[in-house]
Write a protein that binds this ligand. Sequence first.
Ligand SMILES: *[C@@H]1O[C@H](CO)[C@@H](O)[C@H](O)[C@H]1NC(C)=O
Ligand SMILES: *[C@@H]1O[C@H](CO)[C@@H](O)[C@H](O)[C@H]1NC(C)=O
Ligand SMILES: *[C@@H]1O[C@H](CO)[C@@H](O)[C@H](O)[C@H]1NC(C)=O
Length: 366
Amino acid sequence: MVCAILAGCYLLSLVTSSFCLSYGHETIGIESRSLDAIYQAALKEKGTLKISWGGDGKSASTGIITAFTKRFPDVKFNLTVDLSKYHDSRADRTFDTSNGKDDGADVIVLQTVHDFPRWKEANRLLPYKVATWNDIQSPFKDEDGAFTGCFIYEFGIIVFNDNKVAKDIVPTSYHAFLKPEWRNKLALTYPNDDDAILCLFTLIVKRHGWTFINSLVSQNVTWLRGSGTPSELIAKPPSQNELTVSFAASTRVAAVVSSKLPTEDHYVTWPQTGAIFSSTKMPETAKLFMSYIMSDEWQATASASSGYATRKQFDKNGVLNQTLTNPLGFVTFMQDRTNVERWRFQFETTLGTPQGISPLLDNNIV
Ligand SMILES: *[C@@H]1O[C@H](CO)[C@@H](O)[C@H](O)[C@H]1NC(C)=O
Ligand SMILES: *[C@@H]1O[C@H](CO)[C@@H](O)[C@H](O)[C@H]1NC(C)=O
Ligand SMILES: *[C@@H]1O[C@H](CO)[C@@H](O)[C@H](O)[C@H]1NC(C)=O
């Protein structure tokens, strides 16, 4: 019951704020220091800041590591990329085996949005409101500052290589990929390996039915682990493979591919959410990292490709105003684990278990 109330805070933080406060922490103020002032405070702390960064490819982290190092050269940090479902699991196990003294990370930024209300309820999160707090759209932040929606990510965008196909013939509806000319050309991320891809496929089944999935499978789709992997393979020249297009892949990979927004189908967007664990021994350094990723400097970079952001100022295309995507729908989806599991096994029944080594270990795909 408490969980349900707290989960509701995430969606309807304005409406339920009185509930949240009664379960949450005392109201905390908004950060008033500049990044440089927080940096000075961080330099007094000893140690290496541990950041768990949800993602499934090496390129998920290169930008932030480079930028943070350049901006704050004297801060020691270790940012580790792994699938959110493994980062959260590892944090929970470390918490258990350390009798609640350690969460294995100081800062955590994940896709698994259902974890945060639970961690808040267990008093495992250090409330913090970055200086740009009032510019973050209410549905994406916890009223008490326990967690913050940092970026809007998306799946369902159509990704293609325009050296392999003329841009104007790439469809903008998923159904068109059932035509014979797309046979052998499709590279898609397994829906049963990543809950945001899974959410996308539930939207597809709701719109097009299971007959669509059966027809899709008969197109000889190349199913892959890691949302970056389809884009990486599509980006290879025609001499290396004939994979040309995807509608279940990340657009945020180093390899240059073109993309188109779907014009009829529903696609997935979500707030990639961050928090500081209250077990941190480096609270100022953790605050510095949160402040930096929510600063104008980094938000401008992070929102550039999609035009969507949790911060109003950078949400040029207005993610909450879209008719074909609903970032809060993903939050609701993730909170119902019974439903998520039922869907996952629906796809696994047809596709089998995800095959291939972890995309984070694959040295052939860079
Ligand atoms: C960074 O953290 C990861 C995960 O805890 C660990 O495996 C790795 O050895 C660390 N790297 C350094 C340079 O400390
Ligand atoms: C299926 O597609 C892959 C990737 O394009 C291709 O290498 C393979 O030959 C295709 N298999 C069949 C039976 O057409
Ligand atoms: C989204 O809709 C709201 C309410 O109608 C409006 O105030 C806001 O400007 C819109 N945002 C964008 C980016 O279109």
